[in-house]
Design a protein around this ligand. Structure first.
Ligand code: NAP
Length: 220
């Protein structure tokens, strides 16, 4: 599963588990985007924070695993390079790249898209109320045999969004029950998403957690 995961939330986790069940996948590898080609560095939190939140979120599902392949690879994070890497890690496996339908909307502009779609299937997870016609229209330019390799999957839990969570933190509104508690604590502890500033403090320093209202909470 690819995504910026800034932050990871229950929508992503429910989508991953739904895809695992529906497509009979042995495991789901969460791959935080390294340097998304379509975003500037200022738009996203540093990779170390997104990695840490992803690792915290995956703890309770034995079928979920993690790869830092995109973060470690220099240059823009093209999905086609990532899928080649996954094929090397899992030779002979049938691969499905799970991500948000809004990201898939842009797939025709992705690097080496035809090669990418010949290497793996895609699962485009949609939010409630998502208009599938948009996707069908945007993908109209793809040859039929490649179009058939893109599945859509409606995920009601994707009513949750990373954008909304970041906005809530900035405004001091609750984010409880939108994402795993350990991720929530991490966000408050390192002070992510406040006033657009990204803190530079070390990852696992034993600093107290700070809640949205400024109260100190226990350490992670
Ligand atoms: P994005 O533009 O940040 O997100 C677009 C939409 O998709 C948002 O609504 C987002 O919701 C949702 N989304 C993203 N990841 C999701 C996931 N795993 N499950 C469910 N919904 C998801 O997209 P992005 O995160 O940067 O990119 C998604 C993936 O596409 C990444 O792996 C990225 O590397 C890849 N990508 C590749 C290329 C290329 O190869 N040229 C170009 C663009 C993107 P949330 O904000 O709530 O997650």
């Amino acid at each position: 599963m690819g995504g910026t995961f800034d932050p990871i939330h229950y929508g992503h986790l429910v989508a991953a588990e739904g895809a695992r069940y529906q497509f009979r996948l042995d495991k789901v590898v969460f791959i935080p985007a390294g340097r998304p080609p379509h975003k500037t560095a200022q738009e996203i939190s540093p990779a170390r924070h997104r990695i840490m939140m992803t690792l915290l979120a995956l703890q309770s599902n034995p079928h979920f695993t993690f790869s830092s392949v995109e973060v470690e690879r220099p240059g823009p994070s093209y999905t086609v390079d990532t899928v080649h890497e996954m094929r090397r890690c899992f030779p002979g496996a049938e691969l499905y790249f799970i991500t948000g339908a809004d990201a898939v909307l842009e797939i025709l502009s992705w690097y080496r898209v035809e090669e990418l779609l010949s290497l793996c299937y895609f699962v485009a997870a949609t939010r409630p109320g998502y208009r599938l016609e948009n996707l069908q229209q945007c993908l109209g330019g793809l040859p039929g045999h490649l179009l058939q390799r893109i599945y859509t999957m409606e995920v009601p839990a994707l009513a949750i969004s990373s954008t909304d969570i970041r906005r809530r933190v900035r405004e001091g509104r609750p984010i409880k029950y939108l994402l795993p508690e350990a991720v929530e604590r991490y966000i408050y502890r390192v002070g992510l998403y406040r006033d657009g500033a990204v803190p530079a403090e070390p990852l696992l320093a034993a600093t107290p957690c700070r809640a949205a209202d400024g109260r100190e909470e226990e350490t992670l």
